[in-house]
Ligand binder design. Structure first.
Ligand code: NDP
Length: 296
């Protein structure tokens, strides 16, 4: 039987609508818009597309967007000075420096310069630490978006076996932490994992965040499992053009899984929606205002 296809795009649209309501309420209460600043260094075409769509979504949600496009040869000192300015700007609630940075700029140093309480990407080591010890902070957008989709679909995750493939700081590790916090039993797989198909077959929940086109085959999936495909890989199509595929062989996996996200239109749209969510959460926190616990 064919799996339920998880409609991440529609879920993200509903989340953005709720964020918009809170953004308008925030402006009515404070007389200012919640603000997100996005800094892009260089002209990487994929990054330009991301940054512009983030800015557009920010404005559509009724928030203020501060955009900075700096040349590729920007010095580290100039970039750090820009971050310091944004840290000090009271109208800015969230700061995002688009990665990857051009060669010569130290990503860790730049991310570490962002005020952790404006780090809506959740990449600052303070926020990674807060997530590990269960303190309030910012959680990276993609894994938090995955958790939202899982809870919406499955409700209580307690006791389930979860397999996360990938251990990056932006997806795999925070995803595993969130799943532990949701009372699942988590296995983290990576490039040195032995017998990966057998490991993946344990999962009631499988999160693929690898960056290898269609690596996870249908035969690796436990029947009825929920599969979230984080991968975004551009491959050549038969007509000579290119198309996007995930890390999971979708057509095979959907014949075995209980539910699965498509690529595109699954996990991807959640990332920007959660970025906006983190920004409005930051704005409420910074103004000392209450945002109902399960509002977003
Ligand atoms: P990274 O390259 O940082 O990490 C990839 C992880 O996959 C590593 O832990 C690596 O293991 C593991 N891995 C690589 N090859 C294999 C293999 N053959 N078998 C098992 N594990 C393997 O990638 P990211 O986490 O940043 O991104 C992963 C994917 O998700 C990419 O396709 C990216 O484009 C996409 N992405 C999508 C987002 C969205 O909005 N939907 C947001 C962010 C990322 P090891 O640690 O041993 O090297």
């Amino acid at each position: 039987m064919s799996a339920t296809v998880i409609q991440g795009k529609a879920f993200a649209a509903r989340l953005r609508d709720r964020i918009g309501d809170h953004a308008h309420a925030f402006e009515a209460k404070t007389g200012r818009k919640a603000g997100l600043a996005v800094v892009l260094v260089g002209q990487d075409p994929a990054s330009q597309v991301y940054v512009r769509s983030k800015a557009k979504a920010t404005v559509e949600a009724g928030m203020g967007s501060f955009e900075f496009e700096l040349p590729a040869d920007t010095s580290e000192a100039t970039l750090l000075a820009r971050v310091a300015e944004l840290n000090a700007n009271p109208d800015v609630d969230g700061i995002l420096v688009q990665l990857p940075l051009p060669n010569g700029l130290d990503e860790l140093k730049v991310i570490s310069a962002i005020d952790p309480d404006k780090d809506v990407d959740g990449f600052h080591v303070i926020n990674a630490g807060r997530l590990c010890v269960g303190q309030k902070g910012f959680v990276p957008c993609t894994p938090l978006g995955c958790l939202m989709l899982l809870k919406d679909l499955l409700g209580d995750l307690s006791g389930k076996e979860a397999v996360v493939i990938g251990r990056s700081n932006i997806v795999g590790r925070p995803m595993a932490q969130l799943l532990v916090d949701a009372d699942t039993t988590v296995t983290i797989a990576h490039s040195k994992t032995r017998n990966l198909p057998d490991v993946v077959r344990r999962g009631d929940i499988v999160i693929a965040a690898v960056g290898q086109p269609e690596m996870v085959r249908g035969s690796w999936i436990k029947p009825g499992a929920t599969v979230l495909d984080v991968g975004i890989n551009r491959v050549e199509a038969e007509d000579g053009k290119t198309r996007l595929v995930g890390d999971v062989a979708f057509d095979e996996a959907r014949e075995v899984a209980g539910a699965i996200t498509p690529v595109p239109g699954g996990v991807g749209p959640m990332t920007i929606a959660v970025l906006l969510r983190n920004t409005i959460v930051s704005a409420y926190r910074r103004e000392g205002l209450e945002l109902a616990k399960d509002a977003l």
